[in-house]
Design a protein around this ligand. Structure first.
Ligand SMILES: Nc1ncnc2c1ncn2[C@@H]1O[C@H](COP(=O)(O)OP(=O)(O)OP(=O)(O)O)[C@@H](O)[C@H]1O
Ligand SMILES: [Mg+2]
Length: 512
């Protein structure tokens, strides 16, 4: 049996030999060569756009390399499709989910290899899907439509789907980006069990503490080339970050500014049936206000309600002091409130459209005079690409050609095009590399300093604590805690999030 150390077998499970990949004239992988030991957990890290997902899609048979070779257990292989790769035990869990929205959870788990003959064995598939989810400690009705799942639930279904395929080489592209710590712990335990059963796991993550905790070996890609490949032991998250960016990183969080006494947003008595109850809060201009809580606590749904994306009732909304009715994201934007959705694929970007319309979609009127002013749009895109550090070879590509983290930056650039008073960011740094994360933190701080009110929803507690002047902790659809100053500690947040502590009913939240 192969144990933790990896590299005990002479023949690597996977070997990349001078793999290159070009999209049109742009080469994004330049002769990538490294080995993955059989039965090891091998982390692949690198900045946004470094080429991690591209390399893994090549391994998984989703796209061909331009040149070079992939060697599996000593045998050169060519996969013309993901089906061929799966037949050899190479299974990929996608960064951007690859689920069919209109099918049920069970149908997705079994997609392409349904049980039963002419008649599908739905009962059997439901039962086995439930068992696959139970391994992940997930309670989910396998008959539910994927469309109706939350983003973390989709992620868990995606993982269950891959696990039920009996992988020999399992590739996970940022599987924990949307998971809570508890879900992550369950997943890690499972990954270690798989490793002990001889499965080789390739693991992509921007969470470098996870990489340190989990990986036997690590490979660092920088701009499409390998800059390090070797044992992970003794490498701190800080070392890994420096390897990724090729220089010493500065302090992660900028200094917190101070809120003004001017009200940016007031929400009174918001109800989102099934999700949020009697939510009342005030955001000051210049304030960075965080919403903490466990995944499923209703934070996203609360704001989807406020923005008119879900059925809701509300007693009062004021934006910059003006009583306002918001019943759609478009109206909200005109009233000065913009929202960055946590689900950039489902509700954020039009992945098949070009970067330009994606950026200016919300502000089209501005560019229509009377015909769409393509040149002004292009200038806006050039500006946004520089300001937010969107890494792309060319500007005339669809959003789907951007790496995951760079799509996130584009989504952020888009909502800021409207010059809002209030900015609501749901998981703003999901999938974003350490360097770019810091840039987004600086940007958030700069927005607050410019007098905007900023709301951040994040499942990364360190991020909320490092960034926000005040935190509202949501538990079961209600504001359970309101923390600032010295109370801003992990301990406090967890106690409120889990119900160990509850706040005395504040005046603001008094019954109607
Ligand atoms: N279909 C495509 N057409 C053109 N360029 C592409 C395409 N897919 C990826 N690229 C480019 O290849 C480069 C590598 O992208 P990739 O998605 O592999 O990055 P990544 O390392 O996974 O980044 P992230 O951490 O943001 O997920 C990027 O510059 C990206 O824009
Ligand atoms: Mg990627």
């Amino acid at each position: 049996m192969v144990t933790g150390g990896g590299h005990l077998t002479a023949v690597p499970a996977v070997a990349f030999r001078s793999v290159t990949k070009a999209f049109g004239p742009v080469e994004v992988l330049h002769g990538v060569t490294f080995d993955i030991g059989s039965g090891e957990i091998h982390a692949l890290i690198g900045e946004n756009g470094a080429g991690k997902s591209t390399l893994m899609k090549i391994l998984g048979g989703y796209q061909p390399q331009s040149s070079g070779e992939i060697v599996l257990d000593g045998q050169p292989v060519t996969f013309r499709s993901s089906r061929e790769a799966e037949a050899q035990g190479v299974v990929l869990i996608h960064q951007e989910f690859n689920l069919a929205d209109d099918l049920s959870v069970a149908q997705n788990v079994f997609l392409g290899r349904e049980l039963g003959g002419a008649l599908l064995d739905d009962t059997g598939m439901n039962r086995q899907a439930q068992a696959a989810l139970a391994r992940l400690d997930v309670q989910l009705d396998p008959r539910m439509r994927v469309r109706d799942l939350s983003v973390p639930q989709k992620q868990l279904v995606e993982i269950a789907k891959a696990l039920s395929r009996n992988a020999r080489v399992l590739v996970m592209d940022e599987p924990t980006a949307t998971l809570t710590r508890r879900e992550t712990d369950v997943l890690f335990a499972l990954i270690r069990r798989l490793r002990d059963d001889g499965v080789t796991v390739l693991y992509i993550s921007h969470k470098l503490d996870e990489v340190q905790a989990l990986a036997d070996a690590v490979t660092v890609l920088r701009d499409g080339a390998v800059v390090f490949s070797g044992p992970a032991a003794g490498r701190t998250p800080h070392d890994l970050a420096n390897l990724m960016v090729g220089r010493e990183l500065e302090e992660m969080f900028p200094d917190k500014g101070r809120p003004t006494r001017t009200e940016a947003l007031h929400v009174g008595g918001l109800d989102v049936p099934g999700w949020a109850h009697d939510i009342t809060f005030t955001l000051q201009a210049g304030e960075v206000l965080g919403f903490a809580g466990l995944v499923g606590a209703g934070r996203t749904e609360l704001f989807e309600g406020l923005l008119g994306l879900r059925r809701h009732t509300v007693r009062q909304v004021r934006v910059a002091g003006r009583p306002t009715r918001i019943d759609s994201p478009g109206r909200a934007a005109r009233a000065g409130v913009v929202y960055l959705s946590e689900d950039r694929k489902g509700k954020g970007l039009l992945v098949n459209a070009l970067l330009r319309p994606n950026l200016t979609l919300m502000t089209l009127q501005q560019y229509a005079r009377p015909l769409l002013d393509i040149r002004a749009e292009t200038r806006a895109l050039e500006r946004a690409v520089t300001t937010y550090g969107v890494r792309t070879g060319r500007l005339d590509v669809p959003a789907s050609a951007l790496s995951g983290g760079n799509q996130q930056k584009l989504a952020l650039a888009r909502i800021l095009e409207v010059d809002p008073d209030v900015i609501v960011l749901d998981e703003p740094t999901r999938g974003v590399d350490v360097g770019a994360k810091r840039e987004i933190y600086l940007l958030i701080q700069a927005l607050a300093q410019a007098g905007k009110g900023v709301i951040v929803i994040s499942s990364e507690l360190t991020e909320l604590l490092g960034l926000c002047q005040r935190l509202l902790v949501v538990r079961e659809g209600r504001v359970a805690g309101d923390l600032s100053g010295d109370e801003l500690t992990e301990q406090e947040v967890i106690q409120y999030a889990t119900g160990l502590k509850a706040r005395a009913p504040a005046l603001e939240a008094a019954p109607r």
